[in-house]
Design a protein around this ligand. Structure first.
Ligand code: C5P
Length: 314
């Protein structure tokens, strides 16, 4: 395996949150998923997963920090499922692991926090157990765990198709300053998608045209040119209306952050976290200060992107 001596019994992985700069959805397929055309960006808000070797096939998790108390710690935990899947496919049933997860990414926040932990668990366990997994192997296992798990392994800025698991890196220049406003409660991803379906059925939103299966050309050009103002002008999220209808205070959060000087505001993924793209760090600090005063905002993070995907740290 990659660079681990036999005595090592502890591996630490750092993994980022994501925002979707663009998220376009076609109507739900027979498989229950919506074909997507999306642009992901990994941002500098990280969970940390420490994997410690255990004997006798024991696999368990302890979560702390942030909103860790909102996450299950049984075999429905996505990081535990990742370890179990990896072992079932590649390893010996006697292999065990204790996962210790320090959460900073909001839970049920639309930032792929659970997916991030699953990606980190795959990487950490494959190193800890000294398995001969290639990046392609990990990507394949990741896509079986969830639509956003492969991107958490890859990081950077990437175009996503299929359910979001078919990834191609995007050409980008420079670094983008974001302010993230975390809501006091989460939104369940399936219920936001179901609400999007209901909006489609009553004609309140329009689906991605089949001819529009590529992400907006203007957005990709703005990213390759490093033009934050133009990136801001082409942000878009087909789930934003659904998230706002399910949690109406989001509309005010988006407005106020924009008035406070952000270039643009967007709901992140299925929400309810709001992401504000800012021209510079001074503007980001102003936006942060104003958002911190709102009742419907639990916490605020100033972050930048793109950052790498899941990485081993010493
Ligand atoms: O892939 P993942 O398990 O993260 O998806 C969670 C839920 O989000 C799915 O059960 C589905 O309801 C919805 N989803 C979707 N279309 C996608 C991705 C997710 O409808 N492309």
């Amino acid at each position: 395996g990659p660079g681990l001596s036999a005595e090592d019994t502890r591996v630490k992985v750092r993994v980022p949150a994501k925002v979707n700069l663009s998220l376009r959805l076609a109507p739900r397929d027979d498989d229950g998923y919506h074909p997507v055309s999306t642009v992901f960006q990994a941002v500098s808000l990280f969970d940390e997963v420490v994997a410690e070797r255990r004997t006798g096939g024991l696999v368990d998790v302890f979560m702390h920090g942030g909103q860790a108390d909102r996450v299950s710690d049984d075999t429905t935990n996505l990081a535990v499922r990742a370890a179990l899947l990896l072992r079932a496919e590649r390893g010996d049933p006697e292999l065990g692991v204790h996962l210790d997860i320090t959460k900073a990414i909001p839970v049920a926040g639309g930032m792929a926090g659970g997916s991030a932990d699953a990606a980190a668990s795959l990487l950490a366990c494959s190193v800890l157990w000294d398995l001969d997994t290639t990046p392609d192997d990990l990507h394949e296992l990741a896509s079986r765990l969830g639509s956003d798990v492969p991107f958490a392994l890859l990081g950077g800025t990437a175009i996503g198709h299929g359910r979001g698991e078919q990834l191609v890196p995007a050409l980008t220049r420079g670094s983008y300053q974001w302010v993230l406003a975390v809501a006091p409660e989460g939104l369940s991803t399936p219920s936001v998608f179901a609400h999007f379906d209901a909006q489609l059925a009553r004609g309140a939103v329009s689906p991605m045209p089949s001819a529009g299966a590529e992400p907006p050309r203007e957005l990709l050009n703005a990213l390759s040119g490093g033009d934050a103002e133009s990136v801001a002008a082409h942000l878009g999220n087909d789930l934003q209306e659904a998230a706002c209808e399910l949690y109406p205070p989001l509309r005010r959060t988006l407005d106020i952050g924009t008035q406070a000087g952000a270039l643009a505001a967007i709901v992140s993924g299925s929400g309810p976290t709001c992401a504000f793209l800012c021209a510079n760090q001074a503007d980001a600090r102003n936006v942060e200060a104003v958002l911190l005063g709102l009742d419907q905002v639990l916490e605020v993070h100033r972050v930048s992107g793109p950052v790498p995907g899941a990485q081993l740290v010493s």
